[in-house]
Ligand binder design. Structure first.
Ligand code: HEM
Length: 198
């Protein structure tokens, strides 16, 4: 495959890195939502109860607090990585779609990709805005980034947006994976291998 038929190495690395990170953020988001609000404060946490790593805190905190802060810190980092990916996408034209695609496939793939970019930004951005209007603000791995403005109605608005975006992103993600698998196993074309490192 020539270099005009495949994605750049940077685009490939960003694609798989961000995909993995988003899957992890979904898992963490759902996991932490089920944690008790009234658990006693501790300084030592067995990370995800896997028995692999014990997280040591300077000050006692609740288990909910630990995973919320982790989700917010990772998500804030991911926002910048996603913005860099958008910048890379704008400055590097992706390879043209394969000539074998039907007109419908072209429209569906283009629309899905655009919506995925939109949701990839909207997801962490709504999380940051929810945090800004909460009581707590954002500490990035312990470093103060901004304090909370404590506005309950705006916080709730962005919380609901964050949950709605999660559902839409999940649906688009499934459509995207089904599309990739169809090209790989039914059409048996080069679509998936264009998004790999040679
Ligand atoms: C691509 C990045 C992100 C993904 C995929 C993601 C995903 C999720 C998911 C799936 C949930 C659970 C929603 C539910 O219960 O239905 C959640 C909750 C939450 N997320 Fe994120 N998130 C991201 C980024 C962020 C960022 C950047 C922040 C803040 C800095 C954030 C803050 C929160 C908070 C505070 C909640 C809990 C809401 C509550 O129950 O009070 N998220 N997230």
């Amino acid at each position: 495959m020539s270099s005009t038929q495949r994605y750049t190495k940077v685009a490939v690395i960003l694609h798989w890195l961000i995909a993995l990170a988003i899957i992890g953020m979904f898992a963490l988001g759902w996991y932490m939502g089920g944690l008790p609000k009234d658990a006693p404060k501790q300084t030592e946490f067995d990370l995800f109860n896997w028995g692999i790593y014990t997280w040591q805190m300077d000050e006692p905190g609740s288990v909910r607090n630990l995973y919320f802060n982790l989700h917010k810190s990772l998500g804030f980092t991911l926002l910048w990585l996603i913005l860099f990916r958008v910048y890379w996408r704008i400055t590097h034209t992706p390879p043209a779609m394969l000539a074998s695609y039907s007109a419908f496939e072209r429209k569906l793939a283009t629309a899905t990709h655009h919506c995925l970019y939109l949701l990839m930004v909207a997801m962490p951005l709504s999380g940051v805005l929810m945090t800004l209007y909460s009581k707590f603000g954002l500490k990035w791995f312990g470093l103060d980034v901004f304090g909370g403005l404590d506005n309950a109605s705006l916080r709730d608005f962005f919380k609901e947006s964050h949950e709605l975006f999660a559902n839409i992103l999940l649906a688009l993600f499934i459509l995207h994976v089904v599309g990739a698998l169809k090209h790989r196993f039914i059409d048996k074309d080069q679509t998936l291998s264009r998004m790999t490192l040679k």
